[in-house]
Design a protein around this ligand. Structure first.
Ligand code: ADP
Length: 199
């Protein structure tokens, strides 16, 4: 199974991705985690990415596409994957389509976790207070920029997949368990609607 999880910062993508990993035995490919690992390792990409991430802006598409192309080709992604944090722009979505095409693969579903902006702002302000800025991009100012970037550059990715008939939107306003249940419902429906795609 190959999934994309879409949703603004604070929507709970990471938590839901981890649960899907446990339920379905597929790998979670979080571009945020990959970039933070590159930063911690002190690689050239990591150093360049850190400045951009700390501002809450997006790392250039070509860098991200190369990282994902490399990661998807590894053996552990063979059984399927959940992309968490990618694609974040239309250009990345188009590059992903080409990449999967060359491998003869398709996405099964794109799940968008929708949260209204007032709640997002509450959540991120709490998160910034609780972590005390443990992550450099978890300050209130950066998180507000990340929401603005999401609205402008990433929200259109949902429409892109909507036009392809791949998008399902679940509400991210409930508890974590309610969101997990809603995602489970989407996947069961999708599997029922397209049994030949279930692998
Ligand atoms: P979240 O807290 O929303 O889960 P992530 O951990 O996914 O955030 O991403 C943190 C930061 O890493 C982003 O704000 C951005 O700077 C960078 N980043 C992650 N994925 C991408 C991507 N696909 N394209 C560009 N930048 C990215």
């Amino acid at each position: 199974m190959r999934l994309v999880l879409l949703g603004p910062p604070g929507a709970g993508k990471g938590t839901q991705a981890e649960r899907l990993v446990r339920q379905h035995g597929i790998v979670q490919l979080s571009t945020g985690d990959m970039l933070r690992a590159a930063t911690a390792a002190g690689t050239e990409v990591g150093k360049r990415a850190k400045t951009i991430m700390d501002r809450g802006d997006l790392v250039p598409d070509d860098v991200m596409v190369e990282i994902i192309a490399d990661r998807i080709s590894r053996p552990d992604a063979g059984r399927g994957f959940i992309l968490d944090g990618f694609p974040r722009t239309i250009a990345q979505a188009e590059a992903l389509d080409r990449l999967l095409d060359t491998k003869g693969l398709k996405l099964d579903r794109v799940i968008e976790i929708a949260v209204d902006e007032a709640m997002l702002k509450d959540r991120i302000e709490n998160r910034a207070r609780q972590t005390g800025g443990a992550r450099a991009d978890d300050t209130v100012a950066t998180l507000h920029n990340r929401i603005a970037v999401y609205r402008k550059q990433t929200a259109p990715v949902g429409d892109y997949y909507g036009r392809k008939g791949l998008l399902s939107t679940v509400s991210g306003m409930g508890t974590m368990d309610e969101v997990t249940a809603a995602i489970g419902g989407v996947l069961r429906t999708a599997a029922g609607a397209a049994p030949e795609a279930a692998n």
